[in-house]
Write a protein that binds this ligand. Sequence first.
Ligand code: FAD
Ligand code: EPU
Length: 350
Amino acid sequence: MAADLVIRNRVSLQSRNTLALPGTAEQFCAVSTTAQLEAALDHARSQELAVTVLGGGSNVVIAGDIAGLVIAMAIPGRELLGDSDDSVVVRYGAGENWHDLVCHALDQNWFGLENLSLIPGCAGAAPIQNIGAYGVELKQSFVALDAMDIATGAKMRLDGGDCAFGYRDSIFKHELLNRVVITAVELRLEKVPAPNLGYPVLRQALEAEYGDLDTVTPRQVSDAVCAIRRSKLPDPASIANAGSFFKNPVVNAEQGAALAAALPDLPRYPQADGSVKLAAAWLIDRAGWKGSRHGHVGVHDQQALVLINRGGATGGELLDLARAIADNIQLRFGVSLEMEPRILGKVPSG
Ligand code: FAD
Ligand code: EPU
């Protein structure tokens, strides 16, 4: 075992998830080098322990205690791999904080990530759901990632095609679910600014502030994204949450047309394949859940897609509320909601 790897027993994860849910890791270690990660995986194999990877804990629901070894990803690194006239390729350690990475890129005049400003969490988690915001997704800058196979310790490299990115989706939610630890992410960043102003709320905010959109800089886009996010999304440091609790549902063209006829105000985003993405927040809001309180949990009063821990909640209480909302939306609108955060651990029985 790498001499400097420290494995502890029964470690609370409450301060390591943005929903502040209670739960204990049977065994826990933080890894800041790939050698430590190899040692941690060797240890888990020799003790036949299940492995759970944790980044910033901003997209998980800790349902209860987690059996086996929880590995907190803390591998740092920002390495310039390529530099051409119009772009750079940079490798980021999986433990790098995402927003710090976006700010660092902007400081270097490397562009393409500005719409993804202020998303909590670590670089290594970004490919898991192909993070997205304000009209941009990770996959647009993604080159490749390095990962380690949990079962064998083998190192692997996956490019964008291998990762099968979709809306809040990737191979890491399917074939490679719980099978790999991502150790580094390589991104191609542009030297020539090409602000993406397609998202209506963002465009309107920039128009209101600067008038002429032709002169808007990536830094101004980043600042506007941060301002919009701060006005809508609660800061987990003051209100415990995991961002959007459900994905925006995608329905077929026929159901999309039926819903449009019945609910003319429902925001709809037509997709290239004819399907239609719907605003889950609007449906939950229309159904009357926004701002509601249910014991220790509730629905945020500014954004109906955000479930909150009002203090002292358990994962079980939060999941009960999520189920009640999803059942109600299914009943009222015939639309299925799918949870975005991953559930870790089990709700205690009894
Ligand atoms: P964690 O929550 O720690 O982990 C998430 C999942 O990834 C878990 O299954 C975990 O096992 C796995 N995982 C983490 N690291 C690794 C690794 N190195 N290797 C393998 N598996 C790993 N998301 C968006 O896409 N867009 C948004 O606009 C957005 N806004 C948010 C706003 C708020 C206020 C909050 C709280 C969350 C928001 N999110 C958003 C969700 C979240 O920030 C992202 O999904 C983020 O990428 C999660 O990073 P994390 O390090 O916290 O991952
Ligand atoms: N709306 C309501 N009521 C509300 C909130 C929103 O009716 O309480 C309406 C808005 O008026 C708008 C629509 O719903 O017409 C969409 O709202 P918003 O622009 O706030 O975006 P969202 O669809 O709720 C998605 C992502 C966010 C991302 C933003 C910006 C998902 C599941 N969520 O939210 O990602 O930051 O767009 O791109 O796709 C996350 O994944 O955790 C996350 C925060």
